[in-house]
Design a protein around this ligand. Sequence first.
Ligand SMILES: *[C@@H]1O[C@H](CO)[C@@H](O)[C@H](O)[C@H]1NC(C)=O
Ligand SMILES: *[C@@H]1O[C@H](CO)[C@@H](O)[C@H](O)[C@H]1NC(C)=O
Length: 235
Amino acid sequence: IPLAVKTRDKAREKGDLVQGRFLDTYSNLTLKTLSMLGWTRRFCPQAHFMAKVDDDVLFNPSALLHFLNKSRNPYEQGDLYLGRVHLHVAPDRDPDSKHYLPSGAYPPSVFPDYCSGTAYVLSRSALLKISLAASASPLSTPLPPEDVFVGLCARAAGVMPSHCPLFSGGPSVPYGRCCYQAMVSIHHIPPRDMLHYWADVHSPPPCSWLNVRASLGICKVRAMLGTALGLEQGL
Ligand SMILES: *[C@@H]1O[C@H](CO)[C@@H](O)[C@H](O)[C@H]1NC(C)=O
Ligand SMILES: *[C@@H]1O[C@H](CO)[C@@H](O)[C@H](O)[C@H]1NC(C)=O
């Protein structure tokens, strides 16, 4: 109850909270995504893209716009389901796991390829198709993880995931101004660092193309080394 009161007060104060009718628990995350898709479909007809971003992810809209501008014809209206694509992931059959999915709820031994739920981007047309597929598909108990669920709906709707290396993966990416300026999303950033990094990344001078290339290389290698040495937790 204290949390509900807090949420209500926050909603009154800022007027920018959208609330769904379900308990906000980890296993209900998929319902949160369903509400998000439905809400965006209904109330954001003018938006060309939507991004779903977890709250421990530093998201960089200017890097995303830059990437989209470079890789797409701006007049193109086609499907885009963009992020870090997970390939051939098997459902977790361990009953003690947070992601447990019994074969009764999902019989196949592998999921369709899907974008990591830490951050992904949908174009309007992909959003419409995925959201319609989602409303048409029966919900299993327990629900698959939200990113897997979006992947399942995308496959049902004939929308292919696209991989973009500028969305960070498992290993933490050590801070580098030019690297973070180029990355679209970086996972595992505590709130305090987020404010600090955001300010630093968006302050002058801009990084040159060469700086960005070098910095991206260095921070990726350091992220991989960190993992190899067991300094960082995967996932
Ligand atoms: C999901 O939300 C519904 C509706 O509030 C609630 O009844 C249910 O217990 C929640 N499920 C879980 C697993 O938290
Ligand atoms: C998009 O690309 C064009 C041509 O490469 C460039 O002139 C324009 O400034 C770019 N816009 C953005 C928002 O990056």
